[in-house]
Ligand binder design. Structure first.
Ligand SMILES: [Zn+2]
Length: 88
């Protein structure tokens, strides 16, 4: 893929980055480790908007109440999914 910022060609999501994140409800901030990040020779290492969106989505659908304030991206995806709906 091309770099999202400078359009440098052949940029890959080959790095990992630790990021601070605010939970979607705004009540808790967490440190997310090893988030897949793009490595661009010009711009450096950064997390793409697409990946950002996925993280936000994952933070809202997974139940993280049992997790500490610091955990890895893979653990986020492995967390149990919340019961969002009350089935009748
Ligand atoms: Zn770039």
């Amino acid at each position: 893929m091309d770099c999202l910022w400078c359009n440098a060609p052949n940029v890959e999501e080959s790095e990992k980055k630790d990021c601070f994140w605010i939970m979607p409800d705004g009540k808790r901030s967490i440190k997310l480790l090893q988030v897949p990040a793009i490595n661009c020779p010009e711009c450096g290492i950064y997390v793409s908007d697409h990946r950002n969106q996925k993280v936000d989505e994952a933070l809202s659908i997974h139940d993280l109440s049992q997790y500490p304030d610091e955990f890895a991206y893979d653990q986020l995806l492995a967390a149990p999914v919340k019961q969002l709906f009350n089935w009748k």
